[in-house]
Design a binder for this molecule. Structure first.
Ligand SMILES: *Cc1c(COP(=O)(O)O)cnc(C)c1O
Length: 372
């Protein structure tokens, strides 16, 4: 066949699609908008790259990487670097994923309801991270959302009642929460971990931007796991997440991991990056400062309600019925943020902006001011 010619039929008979599981047919694919040419403030990426000398040192290390060999299946050196950089308790076991999204999937694949004939339930507060629901649907778990209370804090009574009623195999709580940006009252979160009969995962994807840290809780609650990622700290392109928890629980999930899930370039690059943790700490501190400035600038615009954030993004509510038009107007002015209107009843008229560089934030605020 000549290059560029194709004999694949573009007409697929419905019978062939009948082989696909119905819960997959019902899904719509996760949509990532095209950001070419736009100031990209939609995906919680760190806007900063590395100093030139650090880039040179990194490239020199990559020259040594054996692309012809399979990676270390346990990524031991990288695990050691992560333990040190993130202060993982010595007696916790670690499991690495191709992004923490992969870890959510492995957990969902591993768990069941202990009583025969009952569907395993994945429970999470809402509005929350969309991958919990999507992955529950992929693996045919029953997804149960529980509404957050006022100010998007955990509603401990509602969570406890739902936990009692549904006996979830898996509870996910992201703190700080995405897309709301807040942290929860500590007492409410402890009640949830304590009440859950199954496994609880506290997802600390935004750990670099808050002082909250539940890793020490691993010593207090035998059913708890803590998930982290290097994505939001500035390595989203590498795809690397980690799950810390009791060795016996981690060992079961590890059986599902494909042997070489962390590729050699990610292992080498993340290990190198973590040797320069001070660069990432400085960037995170800078982003935290700029978050305060951005929040103030948004609050100064008449008609916006700005929610408090301990993450690297800010949720805000526009005047009724204007979120989509403002989102589109921003794109026309060269700035892409995230429109959440219509994604959840509690997010009507809401937009979410990632904290960018000083210039990017200014460009966003100016564009929004013009549109308002
Ligand atoms: C971004 C995000 C993740 C995904 O992280 P990856 O490691 O990039 O897959 C997980 N949880 C929450 C709450 C997030 O916002």
């Amino acid at each position: 066949m000549r290059p560029g010619t194709s004999h694949i039929s573009h007409v697929t008979s419905p019978d062939l699609l009948d082989w696909v599981r119905p819960e997959i047919r019902r899904l719509s694919a996760y949509h990532v908008p095209d950001a070419s040419g736009l100031v990209k403030l939609d995906a919680m990426e760190n806007p900063y790259h590395w100093p030139e000398d650090m880039l040179d040192a990194w490239l020199a290390e990559l020259r040594q990487v054996a692309l012809n060999r399979y990676p270390d299946p346990a990524a031991r050196e990288l695990q050691a670097a992560l333990r040190q950089a993130m202060h993982i308790p010595d007696d916790a076991a670690l499991l690495l994923g191709n992004g923490s999204d992969e870890l959510i999937q492995l957990l969902a694949l591993a768990l069941r309801h202990p009583e025969p004939g009952r569907d395993a339930v994945l429970l999470a507060p809402e509005p929350g991270f969309v991958m919990y629901r999507m992955i529950a649907e992929f693996v045919d778990m029953q997804y149960q959302g529980v509404a957050l209370g006022p100010d998007f804090d955990l509603d401990a009574d509602a969570m406890l009642a739902a936990i009692e009623a549904h006996q979830p195999a898996l509870v996910f709580v992201a703190q700080p929460n995405n897309p709301t940006g807040n942290v929860y009252s500590e007492a409410a979160l402890r009640k949830v971990v304590k009440a859950a009969p199954g496994w609880v995962v506290i997802d600390e994807a935004y750990a670099p931007f808050t002082d909250r840290d539940c890793l020490p809780w691993l010593n207090e609650y035998p059913n708890l796991l803590v998930m982290r990622t290097v994505s939001k700290m500035g390595l989203a392109g590498l795809r690397l997440g980690l799950l810390a928890g009791p060795p016996a629980m981690i060992a079961e999930v590890d059986k599902l991991r494909l042997p070489y899930n962390i590729n050699v370039l990610t292992q080498a690059s993340a290990r190198f990056a973590l040797e320069h943790a001070e660069i990432f700490d400085a960037q995170a501190a800078h982003i935290r400062d700029d978050r305060a400035g951005l929040s103030e600038a948004l609050s100064a615009i008449d008609g916006l309600q700005v929610f408090p954030s301990e993450a690297n993004f800010i949720l805000f509510r526009t005047p009724a019925g204007r979120a989509r038009e403002l989102h589109q107007g921003l794109i026309e002015q060269g700035v892409l943020i995230k429109c959440l209107d219509g994604s959840h009843s509690r997010l009507t008229d809401c937009l979410r902006v990632t904290v960018g560089t000083g210039n990017e934030n200014k460009k966003f605020i100016n564009a929004l001011n013009t549109l308002m």
